[in-house]
Each structure stands twice: as C-alpha cells, then as structure tokens.
Write a protein that binds this ligand. Structure first.
Ligand SMILES: C[S@@+](CC[C@H](N)C(=O)[O-])C[C@H]1O[C@@H](n2cnc3c(N)ncnc32)[C@H](O)[C@@H]1O
Ligand SMILES: [Zn+2]
Length: 270
C-alpha cells in the first residue's frame, strides 16, 4: 500500500522517480531538487503560502550558526528511545530539525506549505522525502506513520491523529514563558508570557501526554544574529518600528532561549 495519497482525490499515490500519480490520473512532478509539490493550486490561499523567502533565509542562517543546537539535540534524544520507523515533520521549514531526526528514525518525511523552504531543504538533505503540502489536508494515508513532529508549526490535531499508527506519537515544541524575555522587554512596554499549556487541552481527548520537558539555555547574539532572529520571529513585527530599529542598531544581545517539548501518545480509541 502506498504511504502517500493524492491531495485532490485521496486515492493512493504511486511514487515514481520523476512523477507521482494516482489512479484517477492526477500527477505531481518530482522537482529537480528532489521534492514533490503536493499542494494543489486550489488549496493555496495565497500565491506563496507559509513563511516568505526573507524569513526562510534568516531562519536558515540563524539555525545553521547553531544557536538552537541544544534544542535539536534534546528533540533527537526524546525521539531515540521510541524506535520509530517513520516520522512526519509538519512545518519542517528548511529541514534543520527534520535532518537531525534521521539519527533516531530511518524514514523521515518533511512537509511544509512554503515551497521556498522545502526547496532549500531538498537541496541540502538527500535522504529524506520532502513535500510541499498543507497540514490542513495531509497527503499521507491513514495510520501510516509512527511519529508526527511539529516544531513551532501548526497543530492540525485531527489530521495528525488520522495519519498516525495506533499508539503513534506527536512531538510538539513551543516557546516557553521565558523565551527571549529580555529581547521582548526591549521591544514592548508590556510583555505577555507565552502559554505553552494552551495546547494541552486540545490534545486531551485523542492523546495522552507522555513526557514534558523544559529546556532553557543562554543565547549570545551578534548584531546580524539578532537581526535574523527578529526576522524569523513574527511577534517582533508587532513592535514599534523605532524600538525594533534601536534594538537592531545596538551591539547584539544576551538573552535566554526557553522551550517546552511535549510528547503525546495517540489513544487506542476515542
Ligand atoms: C516557525 S516556522 C518553523 C519551521 C521549522 N519547524 C523550524 O523550527 O525551523 C513554521 C513553519 O510552518 C509552515 N506552515 C505554516 N502553515 C502551514 C500549513 N498549513 N501546513 C504546513 N506548513 C505550514 C511555515 O511555512 C513555516 O515553515
Ligand atoms: Zn487523484
């Protein structure tokens, strides 16, 4: 049975070296870089959905410099004991985390709605299946993967549950209350805490929370790194332009990264 389904008619997709097609004759080309675009035009709500090219480039440079490496290591360490065979990284971006997950899971699929991000990921990392697609309608068969991960990305709970095997896991990573606090204090008069717990209630009926981990570490940011971080962090755009400009004109920043890692297990029924 095919792992992938046609985003137009939900029939199984036959994956070929050059083109993926369903029995109804819908076909999707494998791009030169090796990814497959399974996002039909009619499912796009804008011309270039997802993160834009500037955000994608900023995030790639920031992550490549290793600022979030402790998070990547913690996520891999959380996945390793599961001995999963397959993982879907939903909202994979440029694949910084997805590529590391290969150390813990043999079959990794990275999916993102932003083609520019998936193209970069596919150029760089070969042994992963890269898809342009939407989390709202995942192009994967029912009960087809062991783990779905979503790092700072959408959480379409019903779709995640549908594609998970029984007792499959979801790994969620979100910013924690103290994330970038000193930077947010410089950007805003009033700083609202991130609320990672708000996701828990939404998962409750379909999933059991198995593990919860808090991770905090210092970040030393040069002016270019700070600029990249602000570009890839949407809430920074809500700051007054003069505050942001003052921050960017400074000597960089020393702050704290703080994340919550949540591991859920799909309930047998419900
Ligand atoms: C904050 S980024 C995180 C990217 C990556 N996980 C990381 O941490 O580097 C969120 C990602 O979700 C993607 N995204 C947004 N809406 C989506 C959707 N409906 N389906 C799939 N991906 C989506 C964006 O394009 C973006 O790459
Ligand atoms: Zn089809």
């Amino acid at each position: 049975m095919s792992l992938f389904i046609c985003p137009l008619c939900r029939a199984p997709l036959q994956a070929d070296a050059k083109v993926w097609r369903c029995a109804q004759g819908h076909s999707f080309d494998v791009a030169r870089e090796g990814y497959v675009n399974l996002l039909p035009v009619q499912h796009k709500h804008s011309r270039a959905p997802g993160d834009n090219a500037d955000m994608v480039t900023a995030r790639r440079e920031f992550l490549q410099a290793g600022h979030y490496q402790p998070l990547r290591e913690a996520a891999v360490a959380l996945l390793a004991p599961l001995q999963a065979q397959s993982l879907l990284d939903l909202g994979c971006g440029e694949g910084y985390y997805s590529s590391a997950f290969r150390a813990a899971v043999p079959n990794v699929i990275g999916l993102d709605i932003a083609k520019s991000a998936v193209r970069l990921a596919a150029k760089r990392f070969r042994d992963i299946i890269w898809l342009v697609g939407s989390g709202a309608l995942l192009p994967l068969a029912d009960a087809s993967v062991d783990v779905v991960s979503s790092l700072f990305s959408p959480l379409p709970i019903a779709e995640m549950r549908r594609v998970l095997k029984p007792a499959g896991r979801v790994l969620v990573v979100t910013p924690a209350a103290g994330h970038l606090l000193s930077i947010r204090e410089r950007l805003f008069d009033e700083v609202r805490a991130h609320e990672p717990d708000k996701f828990l209630a939404a998962f409750e009926s379909e999933f059991d929370l198995q593990q919860r981990q808090h991770l905090q570490f210092p970040l030393r940011l040069t002016p270019p790194a700070l600029k990249q971080l602000l570009l890839m962090t949407p809430y920074a755009w809500k700051a007054k332009p003069e505050r942001r400009a003052a921050l960017e004109a400074g000597e960089g920043a020393v702050t704290e990264a703080a994340f919550t890692l949540l591991l859920f297990r799909r309930k047998a029924s419900g």
